[in-house]
Design a protein around this ligand. Structure first.
Ligand code: HOZ
Length: 449
């Protein structure tokens, strides 16, 4: 089926008897068994409308839907696929490991290899604990910070997203923002009162909270480059200022590097900006596409974690051999070939430069943020530096742009509040195709509006 067919049917069908494409059929069926038909809300196309694409396979940067349509992928499973889908060493590592059992619930040598490799790549991670997702990593890091300091409150930033732990679902980003519900019912008032929200890139807002809650802030947690309200870089001095404030107030600085870890450099945002947190959380790339997260940092702090210390944290599948093998294969490649980061950055800059030309040609209001291989296009003339900025872009234009791009075989994140993630398997030919598609798409959306 051609993409054109998919779309003509999507936009014109109004009869139950009309043949559905496979994504439509599967989405209808999924909703009978799964809340909203998806296992994570950001996938539901709520902010762009229409039917989520159901995929069946991917290789490198080409992802194929259930109808056999191929798309150039800028989602990369929301970050993990920095080396492209089905990266052969990851596939082989998973296959090999599975023959020896998928889980022991007991220690393995692979876990030590992983911990050593993480420390090699991110030197301030003196101790690391493996978990099963970025959410778990962030929840655990905050518990550790509380146990270590004996303080209760945390400061986070509006529009940042640290997974779906209760404490983080107050003014959160990502899917929560996409659904227009940044604060979730089900979070108790007790939990909410311990989460303080500051404005991203605004040090005075942090200072104010620290002053007001003097002696009771256990941690400041943030995405050092925000990726869950679109990509928003830290302004000069912001990370430095937070480091200083944490030292002054004996507050643990937690960098949520679930998106940025092993992506912006081998040592993530910490290495890129040369600001070192006390605790760091990981997810996505560290698992090579398997469900993996990790938190780690200074030995002195991590020693509060059970069984060394009293702060409890556990998991039957944590550090399981399949996940460790996949992660080791992917991190191993990034460690061995640091030129991948140069290549990725060049490709992302090429995309940015050429999209800029297209946007200027169409005399459109836009703002593009890019750090390494993370990039976001916002339809606004203002600089986007915080949640307020991200939330005041032209979301209707994005929605139409997204669908025009999809029609032309380009799969972007289905929300203006998510970063695009590039993989080194993207070729310049694919980038050129993307740029041409953007040119056409913008032309179409502009003339329709
Ligand atoms: N929270 C992820 C994006 N920031 C989305 C996860 C998913 O839907 O797979």
């Amino acid at each position: 089926m051609s993409l054109e067919n998919r779309y003509s049917r999507l936009t014109t069908h109004d009869s139950q008897t009309m043949l559905l494409n496979k994504s439509e059929y599967l989405f209808n069926k999924a909703q009978k068994f799964i809340p909203g038909g998806v296992n994570s809300p950001a996938r539901a196309f709520k902010s762009v409308g229409g039917v989520p694409v159901f995929f069946k396979k991917a290789k490198g940067s080409v992802i194929t839907d259930e109808d056999g349509n191929e798309f150039i992928d800028y989602v990369g499973s929301w970050g993990p696929m920095i080396l492209g889908h089905a990266f052969p060493p990851v596939v082989k590592a998973v296959q090999d490991a599975s023959f020896n059992s998928t889980s022991f619930g007991a220690p393995t040598e692979l876990e030590i290899e992983m911990a050593e490799l993480v420390q090699q790549m991110v030197p301030n991670v003196e101790r690391v604990r493996m978990v099963n997702s970025g959410t778990e990593a962030c929840m655990s890091a905050v518990r550790v910070a509380r146990g270590y300091t004996g303080k209760e409150k945390i400061i986070k930033f509006e529009g940042n997203y640290h997974g779906h732990g209760d404490a983080f679902l107050i003014k959160a980003g990502s899917g929560a923002l996409t659904l227009g519900k940044p604060s979730s019912p089900g979070v108790t008032k007790g939990t909410a009162k311990d989460t303080l929200n500051a404005d991203y890139n605004d040090l005075p807002s942090v200072e104010k909270l620290l002053k007001k809650n003097k002696g009771n802030v256990a941690a400041i947690i943030l995405e050092p480059v925000a990726g869950n309200m679109g990509c928003i870089p830290p302004e000069p001095g912001f990370l430095e200022g937070l480091r200083k404030l944490c030292d002054e107030h004996e507050t643990v600085l937690i960098f949520d590097e679930v998106m940025t870890g092993f992506r912006l450099a081998r040592g993530g945002a910490q290495e890129r900006f040369n600001i070192w947190a006390d605790l760091v959380t990981f997810g996505k790339i560290i698992g090579g596409g398997l469900p993996v997260g990790a938190f780690g940092g200074k030995k002195e702090i991590m020693d509060v974690v059970a069984p060394v210390g009293p702060v409890y944290q556990a998991g039957t599948l944590s550090g399981n051999p399949l996940a460790m093998s996949a992660g080791l294969a992917q991190l191993g490649a990034l460690e061995k070939y640091p030129e991948i980061y140069v290549d990725l950055e060049e490709k992302t800059e090429y995309l940015k430069k050429n999209l800029t030309n297209v946007l200027n040609k169409h005399e459109l209001d836009y703002h593009m943020n890019q750090v390494g291989s993370m990039i976001s296009l916002f339809f606004t003339k203002e600089k986007v530096r915080d949640f307020k900025g991200a939330n005041s872009t032209d979301q209707q234009f994005f929605k139409q742009f997204f669908h025009e791009m999809l029609k032309r075989g380009i799969y972007l994140p289905p929300s203006p509040f998510e970063s695009w993630f590039l993989a080194n398997t993207l070729t310049y030919e694919m980038l050129d195709k993307t740029i041409a598609a953007a040119d056409e798409s913008i032309g179409v959306v502009k003339s329709a509006s």
